[in-house]
Design a protein around this ligand. Sequence first.
Ligand SMILES: Cc1ncc(COP(=O)(O)O)c(C=O)c1O
Length: 416
Amino acid sequence: MKFYKKPIFTGFSPNLTLSDTFTACGFLFLPWKWATLRMGGAQKKVEVWLEKYFESKHAYNYDSGRTALNHALKACEIKEDDEILVQSYTCMVVSNAITWTGAKPIYVDIKNDFNMDSDDLEKKITDKSKVLIIQHTFGKPADLKSLIAIAKKHNLKIIEDCAHSFGAKQDGKLLGTFGDIGMFSFGSDKILSCVRGGGLITNDDEISKKLQEFQSRLPLARKLKVIQHLFHYIAFAKGKPLYNLGVGKWILGTSKKLNLMNRVIYNPEKHGKQVIFYPSLLPNSLATILLKQFKTFDSINKHRQEVAKLYDQQITNSKIIKPDWSDESVWLRYTLLVENPTKLHVIAKKQGIILGNWYNQAIAPRDVELGKSGYKVGSCPNADKLSNQSINLPTNRHITKRDAEKIIAIINRYGN
Ligand SMILES: Cc1ncc(COP(=O)(O)O)c(C=O)c1O
């Protein structure tokens, strides 16, 4: 029996590098850097980089994707009781970004590719519909042609939720540039990450003016929060390699318990409430890390596509449903459908592999107060069904061909 099994993660800050950790340590431990923890030139550089990369007239950054989405909606001048069309099979923080504006989320069902079903969208539009949020789930472009045509017919503003799809294209055009506003998340499990951050792009001068005004009213992130974000790098850099020995699990668990690290979603958010320390501006220290990630993410997206291709070619188990292959997806996660995801999670964990559970409920995670999201179970039957069967395989930069083959072998044995 092997004493040490290399841990393989799907989530757990998959983009984290030694270089990011050094940068974080610099901000934490070098006194002359403390003045630039929250303020400095990096935030502006991130915005300029986004404008250049997307050939967009305006870009703004924030403490998170959820804040970005909330500001995008407010910039569309929605009023209380307006209806925002959004797909089910999403995260509670997306619902919150809508409900915090006073508007009402109207959930649209998904197709088997985890993206919005345009037939169901048509059925859910009313006189109160104002904005359509198009989510490109797991990095695969949604059916933009149909969805945009419907939005235009009904005079809806379009926000593209590119939280999973930074760098993905449809017909050679970057996602995020099809609608009125493109929204991005730089959270710890995303294509690009600085633990917590978000961005918006737009070519609309009127929308931009409002975004600028809202952003100018945001406070700086609290110092303690920034320190917690930076400590995340140390805890994960130490905890991940030792995870399968138990020590790593202890490091991560204890850091969380002692509040040394931030959480992806706070308890009040699970109940539809805002937390007092957000929203805020993107801290300079995190923006510095993000700027470094901009340099490498294109090659990492290629790596993700190569790993996904291996899964596509070598998973042959007839008890498993694979996603349809798409060259246009950046495959943030490769999501399978299985009858009993819990069983597969347990089998993989015994081999030191932590698979992902996005999304395990139509509005995830499972411990949210669903009533506060406005979602009624049964209103989007395909999202209910697929969320009960979903399990994600990792595609991140740390997954080698050997790791992928190990995962494939487990998947192919499942149920046989
Ligand atoms: C589809 C989607 N949109 C938006 C967000 C919000 O991003 P953030 O976590 O940066 O607030 C998430 C969060 O995971 C998400 O999954």
